[in-house]
Design a protein around this ligand. Structure first.
Ligand code: ADP
Ligand code: MG
Length: 274
């Protein structure tokens, strides 16, 4: 393959070297820090699943990654560039987008207008092409373009929220609980699309409470508790690690004695934050 061909195939090129790396993230609201030293890494082509109970700090992590909350300590490196102190829009332009918890659509605007709002510094032709790609990914939205977003079903609204983020053509996408409030069959469909996006060389941070389903489409996973990462490892090891499942997902392990997969790492109680 010639270098010119490689250059036109941005996916192949980026898959080899693109990654989003967060180290020692500290952030929070007002006086109280919520995240106290989180490290994460996701490469393009991979889904990193972030699990944890309500209040663990998952949305705080999402907001910190994309720049909606200021970083107090630590750094975020996007494809080799430190972006931890850039405003949200500058991170979007560099390829990092958020699908926020609760979708944050404009219900009284049309579907098409909600999609266009996802564009950052794109000319008309680029915007039209990006919207078209979203409609190819979520064909259910195509006949609804002129409808008001608030009249869509919950599943369609989630597709629209993801679509709006995709219009900016991100290389990395942070999804904050995309399955919240949706029927299992719709969740399956949406998480299937999330996997497709990763397979097209996007790096995905997937925040979920639905652990088993999220793990099934993820490559790696972390579990958060009170603002720190307490478990990390390959998704398939975490899904089958009885000790982790019992401790964090309220499930019953498969065997009588809890077995701990050697590939998952559970934080020792005496371990200090970074
Ligand atoms: N806007 C806010 N102002 C103050 N505290 C907040 C705010 N949002 C979240 N928190 C607190 O931060 C902690 C983590 O919340 P959050 O990141 O939303 O957790 P999760 O997404 O894992 O449920 C909780 O104790 C929550 O009360
Ligand atoms: Mg949340």
């Amino acid at each position: 393959m010639t270098s010119k061909m490689l250059a036109t195939n941005e996916h192949a090129e980026a898959k080899a070297e693109g990654e989003l790396v967060a180290t020692g993230l500290v952030s929070g609201y007002h006086q109280s820090p919520i995240l106290s030293g989180i490290d994460l890494r996701v490469r393009r082509g991979e889904v990193l699943c972030v699990l944890g109970a309500n209040g663990a700090g998952k949305s705080t992590l999402a907001r910190t990654l994309v720049g909606l909350l200021p970083l107090r300590q630590g750094e975020i490196v996007l494809d080799g560039e430190a972006v931890g102190h850039l405003p949200v829009g500058d991170r979007v332009v560099r390829g990092l987008s958020l699908v926020p918890e609760g979708r944050a659509l404009f219900p009284s605007l049309r579907v098409a207008d909600n999609l266009r709002l996802g564009a950052f510094s794109r000319n008309r032709a680029q915007l039209a092409a990006a919207v078209d790609d979203v409609l190819d990914l979520f064909p259910a939205l195509r006949p609804r373009l002129r409808q008001l977003a608030g009249t869509l079903s919950g599943g369609e609204q989630q597709m629209l929220a993801i679509g709006r983020a995709l219009v900016a053509r991100p290389n990395y996408l942070v999804l904050d609980e995309p399955s919240l409030g949706l029927a299992p069959i719709i969740v399956d469909r949406i998480l299937g699309k999330v996997r497709e996006l990763a397979d097209s060389a996007m790096g995905i941070v997937l925040i979920e409470q639905n652990a088993s389903l999220a793990l099934s489409i993820s490559d790696f996973a972390v579990v958060m508790e009170r603002g720190v990462k307490v478990v990390e490892g390959p998704a398939k090891d975490i899904a089958t690690d009885d000790a982790v499942v019992r401790a964090y997902f309220g499930g019953v392990g498969r065997s009588e004695t809890a077995t701990h997969s050697p590939k998952t790492r559970i934080r020792e109680s005496g371990e200090r934050n970074q």
